[in-house]
Design a protein around this ligand. Structure first.
Ligand SMILES: [Zn+2]
Ligand SMILES: [Zn+2]
Length: 701
């Protein structure tokens, strides 16, 4: 429970972790709690145990772990957990509706009608379930005095379930997967649901959710940052009448608090959310699903507490004695290793429902095919063919902006970021030069600042590809999907809608296109540059590249038509591409795991990194050298590597460096961290840098 306590001269919010009837402190040194803010515990014993585990495993103060777990509003002491937001139609509202006013405000009118149909009042989660995006209308109604917002005690019981359409009949593989997970109800068991894109993993989640709800228990569904699409939320809402709590990073503090309350009180039996939802309170948790478990956004790689929500989901399931289902078309090598070791059971969905066929992958050798504005002749011909046959085309390039480099052809000047070891990206439509690492932003110069000659944009970004395609395919509607286009809520949905309706014929996009969206009429996928991931010092780069190619390829041919996937590369003989094309992701994963075993990288060893940044290179490296020296004699099986500067050493005006720790086994590594970290914290040089420990880092350089 939260309490308000005196802390020096201040008053702060604290969380009571334990109640004891004695203390080692003298009674006169103890100070009283000023106020108890919650009438009942915020976290159930299982969630509390998860927080203790995370503090221990990530070697992080438990107070800060709690701060990451609780919604900000609760941390700041706002509101009681036991009341919820409640909306009522006022007399003026009812009168206005009866008098036929609000004709010009159809959304406000619809919301009033909904409130009246629900008996004149409803909770925020109930409104969310019936009318997603209702809040704007509610605010407008409140401003006109037609509806009112208040707080009332939470109802513990869930709202009565209304009849909903049953799901489609499951295919035999789907049914087998559901039955196997359902048999594990009430015990801890981990499953990998490995299904090619379009094979109907979501249907398995929905059916298992239905069965878990029928047992009177709740379901936690974790999805990647970018995978929480209105389509997915819509499918859960369609199937279940029970209110759903949706948690993601774009929520306001009040919305986040509302979702938390709904889950805490049991009025929402399903929590659907991104990374931080792993800490959501849930009454009688019965099942955890982690969709796209390989996705890097499950790992928090900034800030102080760098946790993996996927790994915490497994710990939570284990503590709560419930099954956990990890879904992916391209499982992480860690997860495949756990399957091979017998820790996770593997469930496969090898078929797509209906008639849809897996896409056909082909390489285009850029050494022999001419490129025009980033697109090879065979690729352009294939686009023509698919467009003529009434198909849609998806063009993938993992680089936004117009061009990655602005160059002076006379003196060789390249527009640099002053704050980073990086070039500025040309954004032509906006007439800006921007740094994609620190956000630096400057006007686009027409002439070289060094010699006055005209400058030239070199290389391709999505913006440039979009305009090149508009020239090459005049009259064919094109949409783009990247972070420059998607700036506010609703932008993404609009692009997806224009593609799904067939209004747009070509989609140009970054990584954003690979996650979760269904484009049933896309018959051709074009990967413009596969080579960015082939040669990287990071041992995980090949895994990420293979996952991206398979995920992008999965967007093709999801309807009745077979798809074609063309990958442009200058390295068609590269073993990764060869194994991926010949044997699919499975074959690639086996080869990649063998390489990892040879090199003793994870999952065949354990890693932790101490990352430091400072205004000078010397301060960052100096601190890490002292930290290394403080490890007088690391135990057998634990190695310290570095310190080394980061691959992009200067970022946003600070120098970054890291010290890597590698352990053959988890236990000695963590034992070593326990012994070593207090000494590192005590170093004087630690005061002059920003540093953090990253346990199980996903990105190394
Ligand atoms: Zn110049
Ligand atoms: Zn920069």
């Amino acid at each position: 429970m939260r309490v308000r306590v005196p802390f020096g001269r201040r008053r702060l919010i604290g969380v009571v972790m334990e109640v004891a009837d004695s203390s080692e402190l003298a009674p006169e040194r103890l100070r009283p709690v000023l106020e108890v803010l919650d009438p009942a515990p915020l976290l159930d014993p299982g969630a509390l145990e998860l927080i203790r585990w995370a503090a221990d495993y990530y070697h992080h103060p438990i107070g800060q772990v709690l701060a990451s777990a609780l919604p900000k509003a609760l941390r700041l002491g706002a509101g009681s957990i036991a009341t919820e937001e409640y909306w009522t139609v006022t007399e003026a509202g009812a009168a206005a509706l009866a008098a036929g006013e609000l004709r010009r405000a159809p959304r406000q009118r619809a919301l009033l009608e909904l409130l009246l149909s629900l008996g004149g009042a409803a909770t925020a989660p109930a409104l969310e379930a019936h009318a997603p995006g209702w809040r704007e209308g509610a605010r407008a109604l409140a401003a006109r005095g037609l509806a009112a917002r208040s707080a009332r005690a939470l109802a513990a019981a869930s709202e009565p379930e209304r009849a909903r359409p049953a799901g489609p009949a499951l295919l035999p593989e789907q049914r087998a997967a559901v039955e196997q997970v359902a048999r594990a109800a009430g015990t801890f068991a981990a499953f990998l649901l490995e299904g090619i894109t379009g094979s109907g993993k979501t249907e398995v989640y929905l059916e298992l959710t239905a069965q878990t709800l029928a047992l009177g228990r709740g379901v936690l569904v974790l999805v990647p940052e970018i995978g929480l699409t209105p389509q997915l939320v819509g499918r859960f809402r369609e199937r279940f009448a029970a209110p759903l709590a949706v948690v993601h990073s774009a929520l306001t503090d009040q919305e986040r608090l509302g979702a938390w309350r709904a889950a805490w009180s049991g009025s929402a039996r399903i929590v659907l959310g991104t990374r931080s939802a792993v800490f959501a309170p849930l009454r009688d948790l019965g099942l955890i699903v982690v969709d796209e478990e390989h996705d890097a956004s499950f790992k928090q790689h900034e800030g102080a507490l760098r946790y993996s929500a996927r790994d915490l989901a497994l710990v939570r399931a284990q503590r709560a004695h419930v099954p956990v289902l990890l879904g992916s078309a391209t499982p992480s090598l860690e997860t495949l290793h756990n399957v091979a070791a017998g820790r996770y059971a593997r469930l496969r969905l090898s078929r797509r429902p209906g008639e849809s066929q897996p896409p056909l992958l082909k390489l285009i050798d850029l050494r022999v095919s001419a490129l025009e504005a980033g697109i090879s002749t065979p690729a352009a011909l294939a686009m023509e063919r698919h467009l003529a046959a009434d198909g849609q085309v998806l063009v993938f390039l993992n680089r936004r902006g117009y061009a990655p480099t602005l160059l002076c052809t006379a003196c060789g000047w390249i527009a640099p970021c002053r704050e980073c070891d990086a070039r500025l990206t040309v954004h032509l439509a906006a007439q800006r030069l921007r740094c994609h690492h620190c956000g630096a932003d400057a006007p686009l110069p027409a002439r070289c600042p060094q010699c006055g000659f005209t400058v030239k944009a070199v290389g391709q970004g999505t913006e440039r590809i979009e305009s090149a395609l508009a020239t090459r395919f005049p009259g064919v509607p094109i949409v783009r999907l990247d972070r420059d286009v998607v700036r506010k809520r609703g932008d993404l949905e609009q692009v997806v809608r224009r593609m799904r309706s067939g209004e747009a014929r070509i989609l140009v996009g970054t990584q954003m296109v690979t996650k979760g969206h269904d484009f049933p009429n896309v018959t051709l996928v074009l990967v413009l540059n596969a080579d960015q991931g082939l040669f990287s010092p990071d041992f995980r780069a090949p895994e990420r590249l293979a996952q991206t190619i398979v995920q992008v390829a999965g967007r093709a041919g999801r309807g009745a038509r077979a798809g074609e996937v063309l990958i442009q590369t200058e390295f068609p003989q590269h073993p990764l591409l060869v194994s991926l094309l010949a044997q699919g992701y499975d074959g690639f994963a086996q080869a990649a795991l063998a390489e990892r075993r040879e090199a003793q990288w994870p999952p065949f060893s354990r890693l932790a990194a101490v990352r430091a940044s400072a205004v000078t290179r010397e301060a960052a490296l100096g601190f890490l050298s002292e930290a290394r020296a403080a490890a007088h004699a690391p135990p057998r099986g634990v190695r310290l590597l570095g310190p080394v500067p980061a691959a992009m050493a200067k970022r946003a005006g600070r120098y970054h460096a890291q010290l890597l720790l590698e352990g053959r086994e988890r236990r000695p590594l963590h034992q070593f961290l326990d012994d070593w970290l207090p000494g590192v914290e005590a170093l004087k040089s630690a005061q002059r840098v920003r540093w953090a420990l990253d346990v199980d880092p996903l990105e190394l350089f």
